[in-house]
Design a protein around this ligand. Sequence first.
Ligand code: GLA
Length: 682
Amino acid sequence: MTSSVRLSVSRVRLQGIAGMLLGLGAFVSVSPAHAQDSRNTRAQDSLAVRAAAAPTNVVWLDTLDLSTWQQRRQRPRARLSLRGKPITMHGVVYPRGVGTLTINEFLIDVKGAADRFVAMVGIDDEMRTGRGSVNFEVWADDRLIASSGIIRAGDAPKLLVADLSGARIVQLITDDGQDTSNDDNADWGGAMFVMKPGSTERPTPYTLPPDGPADISRETNAKPSINGPRITGATRGRPFLFRIPATGEGPLTYAAKNLPDGVTLDTNTGIIAGSLTRAATTDVELTVRGAQGVASRRLTIVGGTDKLALTPPMGWNSWNAWGTDVDADKVRRSADAMEQSGLVAHGFQYVNIDDGWEGTRTPDGELPADATKFPDMKALGDYLHAKGLKFGIYSSPGPRTCGGKTGSYEHELQDARTWARWGVDLLKHDYCSYERIKPGFALETLQAPYRVMRAALDSVDRDMVYSIGNYGYGEAWKWAAEVGGELWRTTGDLTDSWSNLESVGFRQAGREQYAGPGRWNDTDMLVVGNVGIGPALHPTKLTQNEQVLHITLWAMQAAPLLLGADMSQLDAFTIALLTNDEVLDVDQDMLGTAGGRVWKVQKLEVWSRPLWDGTTAVALFNRGMKPYEVTARWSDIGVRGRQPVRDLWRRRDLGSFTDAFTTIVPRHGAAMLKVGTPRATP
Ligand code: GLA
């Protein structure tokens, strides 16, 4: 049955000074303040003009079943704002439309029967004084056909008109204006499909058909191999710890030539520990012997100030699995599972407790752990260190954390000392609630609390990697290194949906210039495996190809690789995804030059990243809804002539190619290549 709505003047209620809007579903209740707003009047005028040619065959977006609308948090609402009020933008009420929260995406099959899509888009007046910023896009069959540009809270809404002639699958994207979803109550006001005259077709929500398995190598090698970072650093005189990640049929035994003074190697576990006596760089030759042979590799150990996180941290963080239900047993079990699943042998090293460990501050200002969950933090730290793993913790510069626990405000030094006693190696410092202390987004306000904590960390006698978590406010990537961060979040929280991954992942293009050894853009924890912020976890909603794209994009950007999954439930695919040393080597490349985008057309992109051995990592991305051919041109990635190409996910040499390499990339997928001949490496 077609439920196209035929507009007629009788449906339109005229009220106030600017009653109208045949085209966008009737409305209007204009407050005097809005009536004086010239931008508003202009927008309404332009609508009125279009309304003169009122369409006759319309299907309102809000009449479709919205259950497949993919939205980061909460649900889109038909004919209501996100908060359940009438959709209102700049004083104008839209009886029709959909209220959403960014980041979200809706696919609709218009069956080639639509002429155009029309909507007034903007931030709902319920967030008029907020700090939302949104961007509306309409795509048809993987081509961008209309875009609003960034609209901020208080801006007039914009009219989007998208030509749908010939279009089949329409994609509505509401993106977060490159900050976070906070205050992004985004309306598709009066949104409608104008169908071809006489058409009886009706648009229907569309879901992509199931995707097959990703074609990645699942081989394991019985021959010994040394994996993980080729460089590590620590401050002279402070505890040093590095476990040599190595695989191969065991038992494995380890040897090292030219270890710097102050550190020793346990030849059975491969753990190098001690304390560097000199601020110097030493090339150490590591050897691992196993049942199937011997492997050697150079490890550069750097002693000095500010020499932490010379490659992006790899490991696990409790948040995406356990939320504030985290406890010591879960952390221990996760560390055990990280080891038993083989991830430690591929370089995963950090075990980070996120929010939820905190107890109540004592009268003398100490912040102990919640003893019911973490009876002995020092013992937990010792447990991790005995495995050669690093111990991370979490706090906030405000009085409260994001999870409502006690933050470090005005107790920074005391807390840093406590953490040093426990043996903490990394602090994630999350902005939550600092806004209550000092509202606003002035750069100095955003930076001040991090300077305070940095000074506190510097004054204790233990190295702690400093992970700044302000979701990218104030373009944190431009200044977070200067206030002392080794890594910094560039986005709001990543969730396991395609729309979120696509938006957050690809907006990083251009930020690579701010990354380097000891200074990394943190695009948030990985959303692979079983995730969900406990206790009810679910397998990631990303398809296997989307997960391949996820890891490829993070590795190309030199992002930290911090798992957020329940480590005891990793399936064979997830393990294969996370233990491909050729892919991990790109993330951990010791040159530390992050990759970036070198080519883009519509939903296809090519990224490249120079590697320390003289080769170039190249990623071919397909963000589209079906497989596409993608070409990496040598001129775009800075190489010439005939070049050998290796497929890193399949661990296969593909031959030599002149000027370019072309391959078919699956939908929402990636191919990852190494181009060039490696220089002889030790
Ligand atoms: C914020 C961060 C998350 C997590 C939670 C903890 O939302 O972005 O990664 O640390 O706080 O409350």
